[in-house]
Structure formats: C-alpha cells, structure tokens
Design a protein around this ligand. Structure first.
Ligand SMILES: [Zn+2]
Length: 177
C-alpha cells in the first residue's frame, strides 16, 4: 500500500467499508481544469510522474478522497460501502458517493474532501518547518520539499474546489440550483 500511496503503484486495498483502487488509467478528467496558466501548470505537474511523486500527489489525492468517503461512512444510517479510485496516470481521484436526499449531508460530504487535504497540507508544512529547524543532514532540503508540496496542494485544492465542477462549485450548484 505504501508503494501505491507514494509512487502510484497499481493496487486495491480495503479499509473497513472503504475500498481504494490505484488504477493506472488516464481518466481524461484533468482536461476540465481549463486553459489558463494556473491550470496548465497544475496539469503539467500532475501528469509528470516525477513531480507527482515529489509533491506527494498520490498521498494528497488519497487523503482528499478519503475525506469524502469517511464523511459518507459517518453520515450513513446503514452500512454502506464506499469506493475510491486514484487515477495514477493523471494523479486525480474519484469517490463514488451515493446521492443523499438530505442536502446538508451532501454538502458535508463534498466539503470533507478539500478540507481533509488542506488540513493535511498545513500539517505537512509544519512538519517541514520542524525539519528545517531540527538541522539534521539534508533537513533544509527535505523541509523545503515538504513545505513546497504542502503550499502547492493547498493552492491546488482551493483552485480546484472553486471551479464549477469542483467540490465547492458543486455545493454552490446544490444551494443555488
Ligand atoms: Zn473531491
């Protein structure tokens, strides 16, 4: 599982009622990011395997989708199964969330994804600063990478979420119709 989370190796894992699949397909969905400079930059970083690994992309996608899945599990009245797919070629993800007839639950599940990854990214940045101040061999290098990756993912999550197809965009659509 570590190989999948860090390097995007193919695999399928089950944690309780949540199944996580690491699938080496290009789901093409990354094209929806649009054509502005930020989108192009993000796309270049995600589709570049080395950059995806260095920026801990597969880990961040896993955390984001786990946020959706765990929220869904917590809010479900009966036992349900959630399936997460991490598309390892484009470093994107998907969580099969069944629609709920309660709007607040749908909103909570949608917000849980970006929220989980933003919180995780903040902790990653703090870890980076701790590494640098600890001053061991290579600590500045490791710390800088951790901070750069954390900041990039916070920016990426906020940028993605606010697109019409992103998680917050979907909430706006739910509320405003
Ligand atoms: Zn999401």
């Amino acid at each position: 599982m570590i190989n999948s989370i860090l390097f995007g190796a193919q695999g399928s894992y089950k944690i309780g009622n949540i199944t996580i699949n690491y699938d080496p397909v290009d789901n093409g969905e990354i094209n929806i990011l649009g054509n502005n400079l930020f989108s192009k930059l993000g796309k270049a970083l995600l589709t570049n395997k080395v950059m995806a690994i260095v920026s801990l992309g597969y880990l961040h996608i896993t955390i984001h989708e786990l946020g959706h899945a765990i929220a869904e599990q917590m809010l479900a009245k009966r036992t349900i199964s959630s399936t997460i797919t991490v598309f390892t070629k484009t470093c994107t993800g998907n969580c099969s969330v069944g629609s709920s007839n309660e709007r607040w639950k749908e909103i909570a599940i949608l917000i849980a994804g970006p929220l989980a990854d933003v919180l995780f990214s903040i902790m990653q940045c703090m870890l980076g600063f701790m590494c640098i101040s600890a001053g061991f061999f290579g600590s500045t290098c490791l710390g800088s990478i951790l901070i750069a990756s954390g900041v990039s993912w916070i920016a990426g999550e906020l940028f993605y979420a606010t697109r019409p197809y992103g998680d917050v965009g979907k909430i706006v659509h739910l509320v405003c119709g």
